[in-house]
Design a protein around this ligand. Structure first.
Ligand code: SF4
Length: 283
């Protein structure tokens, strides 16, 4: 076989395997979002069933009061269901396609606010792993954040780190001032401080939701890179809405809340997404 044909068939094979890999990663990425979206859609249908049942019970009384009262009630219930359904449809389509289909709003998403607690309760009821649902929520949130990249200014980015990243034998008070870290290399905090400096970002270490909320209120960021466990990220993302958050779930090789660590490449990806620029030259 001529050399050029061999080369062409080789490059075709490489392109095919690259396509297969990107398809696999797209499927994997969609699969991680599936639990949250599936539980939300199920919650929506449960809510619709409850609505219908309530209406069925109060219908005779409404008709006896006034036909207008009946019409108004039907209209309100239908509108409520329509808002939730369209909200969830747009969230699902944006999370899966990566295209920003969310309508511009600065307020808390009613859909997520209302459906997430029902979805969480439902998942507990069917004994679905709570952390898997939270992980799925964080993945959906990150997809929505990425899809809205054109709306996000990358100028005031805050990196929020959990206190448990600091090794327990270190007595430096880094929650007051991150610069108290001397970057001794015994825990990931030092590398994260260096990364923050490299990209010119504000970094705060917080020991709970109250301090995190205070730091966000003080700095008023246009975007947040948050490292935390599934639970804290889930609550934190909802707390600071509509500020876009890119969540990075930490690793806990020694159990929860002690000597945790984080995949630095994931943090750097999140930072680069907000900064919308290539990584600076490594020295
Ligand atoms: S890098 Fe060293 S000084 Fe900084 S928080 Fe970790 S252990 Fe403490």
């Amino acid at each position: 076989m001529p050399e050029s044909s061999i080369e062409t068939s080789g490059s075709h094979q490489t392109a095919r395997s690259e396509n297969r890999l990107s398809l696999q990663s797209a499927w994997r990425s969609a699969w991680t979002k599936f639990p949250f979206l599936a539980f939300c859609w199920t919650s929506l249908f449960i809510l619709a069933a409850v609505e219908l049942m309530i209406y069925y019970l109060i219908h005779p009384r409404l008709v006896s009061i006034s036909p207008i009262a009946n019409t108004v009630t039907v209209a309100v219930l239908a509108l409520f269901f329509l808002i939730l359904t369209s909200g969830l449809f747009l969230i699902t389509a944006t999370a899966l396609s990566g295209i920003d289909l969310l309508y511009p709003h600065k307020k808390q998403s009613i859909t997520v606010r209302l459906l997430f607690p029902i979805a969480a309760t439902l998942s507990q009821f069917v004994r679905f792993d709570r952390n898997r649902l939270r992980t799925s929520f964080v993945k959906v949130n990150n997809s929505l954040t990425k899809a809205q990249s054109n709306r996000i200014r990358g100028d005031r980015i805050l990196i929020l780190l959990p206190h448990c990243l600091q090794i327990d034998i270190c007595n430096r008070k880094i929650t007051n001032d991150i610069n108290n870290c001397v970057r001794c290399g015994r825990c990931p905090v030092g590398s994260l401080v260096a990364m923050g400096e490299q990209y010119g970002l504000k970094i705060e270490v917080v020991n709970g939701g109250t301090l995190a909320r205070r730091r966000v209120a003080q700095f008023r960021p246009s975007g947040i890179v948050a490292v935390a466990c599934e639970r804290d990220l889930t609550f934190g993302i909802q707390d600071v809405h509509p500020i876009p958050v890119y969540g990075v779930i930490n690793d806990r090789p020694h159990g929860p809340c002690v000597n945790t660590c984080v995949d630095m490449s994931l943090v750097e990806d999140a930072i680069r997404f907000f900064r919308k620029k290539a990584a600076p030259e490594k020295k």
